[in-house]
Design a protein around this ligand. Sequence first.
Ligand code: GLU
Length: 421
Amino acid sequence: MQTLTLEQEINPWEAQAARFDFAAQKLNLDDGLWKVLRYPARELIVHFPVSMDDGSIEVFTGYRVQHSIARGPAKGGIRYAPDVTLDEVRALASWMTWKCAVVNIPFGGAKGGVICDPKKMSIGELERMTRRYTAELIEFIGPEKDVPAPDMNTNEQVMAWIMDTYSMHMRQTVTAVVTGKPLNIGGSRGRREATGRGIGIVCDEALRYLHLQRDGCRVIIQGFGNVGSNAAKLMMDKGYKIVGIAEYDGGLYNTNGIDIHQLVEYRQRNGTVLGFKGAEAADPQELILEECEIFIPAATENVLTSRNVDRLKAKIVCEGANGPTTAVADEILADKKVFVIPDILANAGGVTASYFEWVQDRQGYFWKESVVNEQLESILAESFDDVVRYSEAHGVNNRIAAYMLAIDRVSFTIKQRGIYA
Ligand code: GLU
């Protein structure tokens, strides 16, 4: 791989492109298909006004990028954050294409984002911003076109507003336009926990593959949002020992394991994990490098970089977040023989359950939670197997294997469909 400056190293688009180029080269990907898949197919930028609570008008910038619709409708979340950039949304959209292909579900890839600080906005402002952003995207999205879902700082309520706004424009209720909705309006049982559950499933598979024991296996998790907290809870229940939780404002450490059920309750009451009595306070930047079997970055991008990854002590890195490891850090992890479960496999449980939700909405027939969980388990276990077999067959690490598998599947589809002229 080419040498990158630190600025390039932490640019998610560069991180995506570096892995894509490497995997495409290993696959001997046809030049034309390489050009088709390297860049997103469509990018929409919108600047739209919202009435704020104090009577003023604010203009927000939003993006929706569709990387590919070759295998089906574009699919991917919408994030709200002050530092959203077009390059980030592009990278995340491409990752969705690869992720859906790795788990072999019939979707392409997309992502959206609005530059805003949701922590400083009222519920009313968030609702008006969400509805206007949806209206701006109205021709771009739809059950057969592009199906958004939650991502950083968006949730079931935001999806309900998007569904309602889209439905008002269509003059009929269209539940399948978004996934990750509340249960009552077309949501799927098990969707909320699915990303965290998927992380537990691929960790089980990794332990089996590496002949390691699950009981007492020490886990450190960065991030205690939807993904991190559900992974922690479900993994603790299976016998993993969650020794560390690192949040943006502080960390918790307990060699005997943290009681995650108590911690979830504590956080609900206090709005933070800090001050929890069942563990010691720890510096979050140091905590993520502590001794453990599994480290799960489940917060944000660029957590493991060339600056800290040489000090990482975990044997397995299971990426709950999208893009937590830079391409340069990948090479160092490979030298250290760390077993990486890459984001496009590790956190694919979310979009897999989104696929189930979309299917249920279109059928108008809703599954029991046990059916969702069983289907999820079988898809993720099979995908894990596909990735490690690919890695063995081609002598590459798991991430490059996952990219190769995904690029192979998407490019095969494009070849079969042919290029429309
Ligand atoms: N935002 C999630 C992801 O990055 C979920 C996407 C979806 O369910 O469409 O995978």
